[in-house]
Design a protein around this ligand. Structure first.
Ligand code: ZN
Length: 322
């Protein structure tokens, strides 16, 4: 409220009320408001400075909560990293070893975390160390999980492939143990039956009766079933994975070219065709066109003892039947 001003009038010899003009009134009001505002602002500043606004207090509480949660998150991420580390170890040292695959190189597992400082924008925070460490861990965990998932896809594929591989690689004898008379010649340098000279025998000869069933020693496709010079009636099976088996001097066929065969399926019959000195089966195992000792490819059929005696026997047999 504005003060009422009086002025002495010498003419009327009395004090008269001075009517302030409009401009003066406004100025008075503004002066009054300004002084009140300065006081109010000063009070607010003092209050906020020493006690904080209610909103600030809420934010501070929330900040404290976030810090606690962040610390927990960071600890949990460390645990997850350790679990992932175990999975990676197992993946590299067990699964990949079983399936003869190379372990995943650490460069791939840890790729993308060097070089540029990707966390620079977090550096000016009050708790930047904690925030950056957590962000880093999250990135590493995400990346590791991605690589690990991919690796399990590979392993799954290898398992499928392995089953197929195991059923394809020659692993039994080409005729039943009860059906063959003896192994007349093993793999290696032997006396040739006709020329009587030393010659490399690149298969194994089993004597037996004409017509004895001959089995496919692994899954595959019949690549050839026809008469060849020297070999007589001969079957070649392509097993994939670089493996082929050859069955020669047969009496007859039970399969045709391009036919799919399963391990243990009768493909033909023991005979005496081609350059042969008596009824027998000449059996070869080849990998990538190189002949291998078939004795190492009977593992599904023979016990360790049977294998030992077969090795001893095959080594001592002197003359092939070719
Ligand atoms: Zn032979």
């Amino acid at each position: 409220m504005a003060k009422t001003k009086y002025q002495f009038n010498p003419e009327s010899i009395s004090y008269e009320k001075v009517e302030a003009n409009f401009k003066t009134k406004i100025i008075n009001v503004l002066k009054h408001m300004a002084s009140s505002s300065v006081l109010a602002i000063a009070m607010v500043v003092v209050l906020f400075y020493f006690f904080g606004s209610p909103k600030e207090k809420a934010l501070a509480r929330e900040n404290k909560q976030l810090l606690t949660q962040y610390t927990r998150l960071n600890t949990e991420l460390t645990k997850i990293q350790n679990v992932l580390g175990d999975l990676e170890q197992r993946d590299d040292n067990i699964y990949r070893v079983i399936f003869e695959a190379e372990p995943i190189h650490s460069n791939i597992r840890k790729a993308g975390f060097g070089g540029v400082n990707r966390y620079g924008y977090l550096e000016n925070l009050e708790n930047s160390e904690l925030v950056i460490s957590t962000a880093k861990k999250m990135d590493i965990v995400a990346k590791s999980m991605y690589v690990q998932t991919k690796s399990y896809d590979d392993v799954e594929e290898m398992v499928k492939n392995k089953f197929q591989m195991l059923s394809s690689i020659p692993a039994i004898m080409p005729l039943a143990i009860k059906d063959f008379g003896r192994i007349s010649a093993g793999f290696g340098w032997r006396i040739h039956p006709i020329y009587k000279t030393r010659k490399f025998h690149d298969g194994m000869d089993f004597t037996g009766n004409i017509g004895t069933p001959i089995y496919a020693t692994g899954d595959g496709i019949v690549k050839m079933a026809r008469s060849e010079r020297g070999y007589g009636k001969r079957i070649i099976i392509d097993h994939g994975y670089g493996y082929q088996t050859i069955y020669a001097h047969l009496n007859g066929y039970n399969v045709k070219r391009r036919q799919k065969v399963k391990r243990g399926e009768v493909i033909g019959f023991l005979g005496n065709t081609g350059k042969s000195t008596g009824p027998h089966l000449h059996y070869e195992v080849r990998k990538n066109n190189k002949t291998l000792d078939p004795i190492n490819y009977y593992f599904n059929d023979l016990t360790a003892d049977e294998y030992d005696s077969m090795v001893a026997y095959a080594a001592n047999t002197g003359q092939t039947m070719d």
